[in-house]
Write a protein that binds this ligand. Structure first.
Ligand code: GLY
Ligand code: MN
Ligand code: MN
Length: 434
């Protein structure tokens, strides 16, 4: 991705804004414990507009009836900071790199904010961002209101994230390309896990095999906490403990994926630890797989996301009836939400700079959005039968299966970006045998 991409996004955001001032801040470093921090992860909205990965910086966009202005506030380079942490861009290098109208020292922001807000009526901010810089801005807006002689003053705080996240919903070609790179590394990692899985290993050992692929391949980091869930652990949806043993005759559910240049992938595969599905495992696996394939087949521009959710639940309900887990009429079972006990989560979510991309799911009128080419979402049906659940046949107890792929909506349908990852029973058993 290059500066032209980021410049174009800032320009589009200014187009979407009414007159006013917008402030988008960098992420605040997160403390891990005492004086150690988590690895820094930039605020996705800020990154989307700048491609800038430094903390303590912010972007100001100004729009009046006849002009626009973009200002990037950054930290000046500092010798002591550079000694411990490496050099920052500093003001001069940032000026060279970014096609903004001005680059200024972040230290000057508190003094300059009042001038920046003078004469404007709208202040666009992330209403949930409690960074210091925004507190300054809100305070300045309040002070200006009380200042005599100012003809205009901030009258409304507006949510900037809604505009940015609406833009993030349809991915540009360079974003899709980056997601493809993340998916490619993730595909290698899932295949390694299938090849290396052995009875008696610990779940964290498969996690380590995958982490090696991510880091060795230049992946930034995991896109979310890796789930390696052997046997009944798969029925804990956000199982991240990964310290149990992998046992003979059980499945392992792996929901793991990497991030590349801050873009996520999000993939789940479930496979037999010893390399061969049992009859009962194969029945449940194929039931989930059929749902997943049929849902993916239904994705094309114009289809509404809420329809897809209902459709997927109908298919899961049918699967549960076919497996003999539920009995009765599908509509009545759906009405009573009986299927939710065995499949409690949604069919998928937007994916991009965040694994759960916080883009809108409904339009301005509150109606479910229809798919458009360039949207990326996961499709991840699952069936979960807890080991102590006596409402299901004994042979199914302890089986938890989810199959998750990353889907790009195209002009005439969709493309499964993770189609290269072994998924049918035959493909998985073949990969496990290598
Ligand atoms: N890995 C998180 C999710 O599937 O939504
Ligand atoms: Mn997901
Ligand atoms: Mn996932």
């Amino acid at each position: 991705m290059n500066e032209t991409h980021f410049f174009n996004r800032r320009t589009k955001l200014l187009d979407l804004m009414e007159e006013g001032v917008a402030i988008v801040t960098a992420a605040i470093p997160a403390l891990r414990s005492n004086d150690t921090e988590h690895p820094y992860r930039q605020n996705s909205d800020f990154y989307y507009l700048t491609g800038f990965d430094e903390s303590n910086s912010l972007l100001v966009l100004i729009k009046t009836h006849n002009e626009t202005k973009t200002i990037l506030y950054v930290e000046a380079n500092d010798e002591q900071y550079a000694l411990w942490n490496g050099a920052r861009h500093g003001i001069e290098k940032a000026k060279e790199r970014f096609d903004v109208d001005d680059v200024r020292n972040i230290k000057d922001f508190p003094d300059q904010i009042k001038d920046l807000l003078r004469e404007h009526v709208n202040l666009y901010i992330d209403l949930f961002d409690d960074s210091e810089a925004l507190s300054e801005a809100k305070l300045a807006a309040r002070l200006l209101r009380e200042t005599r002689g100012v003809k205009r003053h901030i009258r409304s705080f507006r949510d900037i994230t809604h505009l940015i996240r609406s833009m993030r919903l349809v991915k540009a070609p360079e974003e899709i390309e980056t997601i493809r790179r993340a998916v490619a590394l993730t595909a290698d990692a899932h295949h390694i896990a299938m090849k290396r899985s052995r009875v008696g290993m610990k779940e964290y050992q498969l996690q380590a095999e995958m982490a090696y692929v991510f880091v060795n391949g230049g992946g930034h980091t995991e896109a979310y906490g890796t789930i390696v869930a052997g046997g009944n652990n798969a029925n804990t949806l956000h199982y991240v403990d990964n310290r149990d043993e992998l046992r003979d005759g059980e499945l392992v559910l792996i929901d793991a994926a990497c991030e590349v240049e801050l873009y996520a992938s999000d993939i789940t595969r479930t496979f037999p630890i010893n390399g061969r599905f049992s009859e009962a495992q194969r029945e449940v696996y194929n039931a989930v797989l059929e749902v997943q394939l049929r849902v993916i087949e239904a994705i094309k521009p114009g289809v509404k996301r809420d329809w897809l959710q209902t459709y997927s639940e109908e298919l899961l309900c049918d699967a549960l009836i076919n497996l003999g887990v539920l009995s009765g009429e599908r509509d009545a079972l759906m009405e009573a939400k009986e299927h939710k006990k065995y499949s409690p989560h949604g069919i998928g979510h937007w994916m991009g700079l965040d694994v759960h991309d916080p883009c809108p799911y409904v339009d301005e009128a509150g109606e479910a959005l229809a798919f458009e080419a360039g949207m990326v979402m996961t499709i991840e049906p699952g069936l979960y039968f807890r080991v102590d659940d006596e409402s299901v046949e004994e042979k199914y107890r302890g089986i938890g299966i989810r199959i998750e792929d990353d889907i790009l909506v195209t002009d005439d349908g969709c493309e499964n970006l993770s189609a290269m990852i072994a998924k049918s029973v035959e493909e998985i058993e073949e990969m496990c045998s290598r």
